[in-house]
Design a protein. Structure first.
Ligand code: HEM
Length: 281
């Protein structure tokens, strides 16, 4: 039985972990390293999960085929399969990545996009890695599965003169805003810090194009999701994906291939780790 069958939150966790790996030091499993001051210890990575799935796959591989499959390849395959298992496209990915030797928390903030970023700021971050605005919209579609803590979108609400919590963004669907406020009980209240909400209301366990339909309806959860319909260029792509799941899936295949090619290590730049949570001795 697969880890995703036992725990339906696993696919989202694995896909997000891949994004956080590839954007910092390239797709080299640097995000998996444990220890003081590693990427995992940065606040942006504290809510990552699913590490045990990668560790278990590695342990098994070391028995049947030692020192051959890198942790970075395992993570790419796991994320690829997380998409397929939840109903998304099955896409080809290249193999042969080597695992990185460096994992520094200080590299995370400069590379991982914050939910306060504008479309232009996100575009700059993507362009710096050789990715396009279309890649940004397509890969944001990763939010078609999984969930987010109330704390990651609490700043989308404010308290008005009557003491009521209201959306700060008039474009947020009012019904949706009410649902979020209820789900988080009291936004900005520490009580809600562990509460989570589905990123893609109504179909968060299915990898489909509903995320884009929701964005057009003012039902984007994170600020960075919502702003994709406030920029003319990105809005056109969102609308195209909302109309056609097929075009989202085709674009996903191409963007996922580019994401998983970022900063790939070869030869002596890397190694095949024996255990995914630490570099070899
Ligand atoms: C473009 C900028 C992005 C921002 C600002 C962003 C931010 C976030 C945040 C704040 C969460 C919630 C984390 C939590 O509270 O636990 C989240 C969840 C998630 N993100 Fe992103 N993300 C971005 C892009 C991506 C990309 C490119 C992918 C993958 C291709 C991705 C995949 C996911 C997934 C699958 C989840 C759900 C995780 C879970 O269920 O545990 N995100 N993202």
């Amino acid at each position: 039985m697969s880890a995703s069958t036992l725990d339906p939150t696993i696919p989202g966790k694995l896909l997000r972990m891949l994004f956080h790996d590839c954007f910092v030091e390239g797709c080299d499993a640097s995000v998996l390293i444990q220890g003081n001051g590693t990427e995992r210890t940065d606040p942006a990575n504290l809510s990552l999960g699913g590490f045990n799935v990668i560790d278990s796959a590695k342990r098994l591989l070391e028995v049947v085929c030692p020192a051959t499959v890198s942790c970075s390849d395992i993570l790419v395959l796991a994320a690829r399969d997380a998409v397929t298992l939840t109903g998304g496209p099955s896409v080809p990915v290249a193999m042969g990545r080597r695992d990185g030797l460096v994992s520094l928390a200080s590299n995370v903030r400069a590379n991982i996009i914050d939910t306060g970023f504008s479309v232009d700021a996100m575009a700059r971050s993507f362009t710096a890695k050789g990715l396009t605005l279309d890649d940004l919209v397509t890969l944001s579609g990763g939010h078609t599965i999984g969930s987010a803590h109330c704390t990651t979108f609490g700043d989308r609400f404010r308290v008005d003169a009557n003491g009521s919590t209201v959306p700060a963004d008039a474009a947020m669907n009012a019904e949706y805003a009410g649902e979020l406020i209820r789900a988080c009980s009291a936004v900005n209240d520490t009580v809600s810090s562990s509460a989570t909400v589905d990123c893609d209301e109504g179909s968060a366990s299915r990898f489909d194009n509903a995320y884009f339909v929701n964005l057009l309806d003012g039902r984007g959860l994170l600020r960075t999701d919502a702003v994709l319909v406030q920029n003319a260029t990105t809005r056109a792509t969102v609308a195209a994906f909302a109309r056609s799941e097929e075009s989202f899936f085709a674009s996903w295949a191409a963007s996922f291939a580019r994401l998983t090619s970022l900063g790939v290590k070869t030869a002596a730049d890397g190694e095949v780790r024996r255990s995914c949570s630490r570099v070899n001795d």
